[in-house]
Ligand binder design. Structure first.
Ligand code: MN
Length: 258
């Protein structure tokens, strides 16, 4: 049997399951909200072209308006000033968007401290526990945060000091950016940086270091608690918006049924 035949058979008999890690995209999907004076993006809106009416008696269709960075979406290098000479979303090779996923689970720590930050020591400890990171891998940062997705205020978790959501320290982001095995970094939160990352040095270090190193980010993932630490395959499928700095994306994981 060829590899593809084996995959098709495994998908057919359920021994490989397709998990959808995408947050459904609606007008209510939480989006990033920057403080003044910065401009903000928009979420999803649909405007009907026809709906089985005089404008189209047998067909329904909508026009879509949505920010590149709304809902579950990919950050391309050109999103950030450090990557401005890099790839736009349409230029990213598909082979970089499909790869082994590894899960770093800090759910318990985040429950204690919503501002929890991933540090190089956590990444090094993961490798001591599970071995070296596989080539072309995506790190999925499991925090349990998607459980708050049904409530916009809980999801943003802001007070007068701004949002409090987990992320990565500047040192942690530098470590990930410098690791040649890593293609991308996925999170359950609204952005790839911590809620307080505007106060870090440099500010928004995951954006700054990863996008500047031709690595990619994907946000607002759900069902992350169903992923094994190792052994699943991630498929990230953004729209190939020419010149786009990112795109809403469908994100799947192929997982061996347990
Ligand atoms: Mn983004």
């Amino acid at each position: 049997m060829s590899v593809i035949e084996a995959l098709i058979a495994a998908l057919g008999d359920g021994s490989v399951e397709v998990l959808d890690l995408t947050t459904p995209l609606s007008r209510d999907t939480p989006i990033l909200n920057l403080p003044a004076p910065f401009a903000n993006t928009v979420g999803l809106s649909l405007s009907p072209v026809s709906n089985f009416d005089d404008a189209g008696p047998a067909w329904a269709w909508n026009d879509v308006s949505v920010g590149e960075h709304a809902g579950t979406h990919l950050d391309a290098p050109v999103h950030w000033i450090s990557g401005r000479d890099g790839k736009s979303v349409d230029q990213i090779e598909p082979s970089r968007l499909i790869g082994p996923l590894v899960v770093i689970d800090k759910t318990a720590e985040v429950l204690e401290d919503p501002d929890f930050l991933l540090e190089p020591e956590h990444l090094r400890q993961w490798q001591e526990d599970h071995g070296m990171l596989p080539d072309n891998c995506w790190i999925i940062f499991r925090t349990g945060w998607s459980a708050r997705g049904g409530n916009a205020a809980d999801f943003v978790n802001a007070d007068e000091a701004g949002p409090h959501t987990p992320g990565v320290s500047a040192a942690g982001a530098r470590w990930i950016a410098g690791n040649a095995s890593i293609s991308g970094f996925g999170v359950e939160t609204v952005g790839i940086d911590a809620g307080q990352a505007g106060t870090f040095d440099p500010m928004f270090p995951v954006h700054s270091f990863l996008l500047g190193a031709d690595k990619y980010g994907v946000t607002s993932l759900c069902q992350v608690d169903r992923l094994p630490v190792l052994g699943a395959t991630l498929i990230v499928a953004p729209l190939p918006i020419v010149g786009g700095t990112g795109s809403p994306a469908r994100v799947y994981a192929l997982v061996e049924a347990r």
